[in-house]
Design a protein around this ligand. Structure first.
Ligand SMILES: [Zn+2]
Length: 303
């Protein structure tokens, strides 16, 4: 048996207690929510006991013409088109109690935000002491995020393996990656006709690891209507750990990417009583994280 700190999924979307119960059942005691609304729902989920704890970006900032702005139920206030709007958007997220800022960077207008708008979002968030997470699924979008000085990049490019210069830029600014390989694997299948390939995302993670860019485990688990693919809350975390190891992380590095690293990067005051017990040793065989025999949250046994 091995006792581990509770797992942290650094990219989820949660829409109610059922999602938090499912996370907890699979040993994920904290979920970093990269986009949920309205505020009342987020506050209600924060207050739940005996289930996974969440931190939330609340509403993400998206460009006017991209896929996100057209998702059913996406709030109009999430569409940000100028530096002035960027500042107001961040002020509203702070008032909503957002724990970090999430930006969707896309290649360029008319789909995505222009560089000055992304820059203004990052500046305003940093002025408020908020970490900035950027969703980037293409190499062009990665470059926008690096240029703006984003703190955390999420997803990994499907159009090509990320180039050395951009990876060097990430390392220099201390940017970390939450590649969500589970999500990239799922969406690559759907987007294959566009030339998008999972191997590009996987090989980018291999290069991050070799270049010293920290890699955190996150799945993009969601039950959102309109999302291209829906990894299951909790269970997908174990698949993500396996994909990270297949991309070149050692099992111990993958476990750190699901525990110590996200706690440190996101400044989480993690309750040391959030734990799970598994059969076997995940530092030797990563699939051992699936053999869960007990989960505790705040010292209370929930499984
Ligand atoms: Zn997401």
């Amino acid at each position: 048996m091995t006792v581990l700190p509770g797992l942290i999924d650094a990219h989820v979307h949660t829409s109610g207690r059922a999602d938090l119960e499912e996370l907890a059942r699979w040993g994920v005691t904290t979920g970093l929510d990269m986009g949920s609304w309205p505020r009342e729902l987020v506050d209600e989920m924060r207050a739940q006991k005996g289930v996974a704890r969440i931190r939330s970006a609340t509403i993400p900032a998206v460009g006017k013409g991209g896929h996100h702005a057209r998702m059913p139920g996406f709030p109009a206030e999430g569409v940000v088109t100028s530096p002035d709007e960027a500042k107001r958007f961040v002020d509203r997220r702070v008032a909503d109690g957002a724990d970090f800022l999430k930006i969707v960077t896309e290649a360029a207008p008319p789909e995505g935000m222009d560089q000055p708008t992304v820059d203004a979002l990052v500046r305003a968030a940093h002025d408020h002491g908020l970490l900035v997470v950027a969703h980037s699924v293409t190499t062009g979008a990665f470059r926008v995020a690096v240029e703006a000085g984003v703190d955390v990049s999420t997803h990994a490019p499907l159009d090509a393996v990320l180039d050395d210069d951009t990876i060097a830029g990430m390392r220099e600014t201390g940017m970390v990656s939450v590649p969500t390989l589970t999500m990239m694997e799922g969406t690559a299948k759907l987007l294959a006709p566009l030339g998008f390939r999972y191997e590009h995302a996987r090989d980018t993670v291999t290069r991050f690891r070799d270049a010293g860019v920290a890699v955190l485990a996150g799945t993009d688990a969601n039950s959102a209507p309109g999302a291209p693919f829906a990894p299951k809350h909790g269970e997908s975390m174990h698949h993500e750990l396996e994909l990270l190891v297949a991309a070149g992380l050692t099992p111990a590095e993958a476990v750190r990417g699901a525990t110590e690293l996200p706690a440190r990067v996101f400044g989480l005051a993690v309750d040391p009583r959030d734990r799970l017990e598994v059969e076997g040793d995940p530092a030797v065989d990563i699939t051992a994280t699936r053999n869960i025999t007990a989960v505790w949250i705040g010292g209370e046994r929930v499984r």
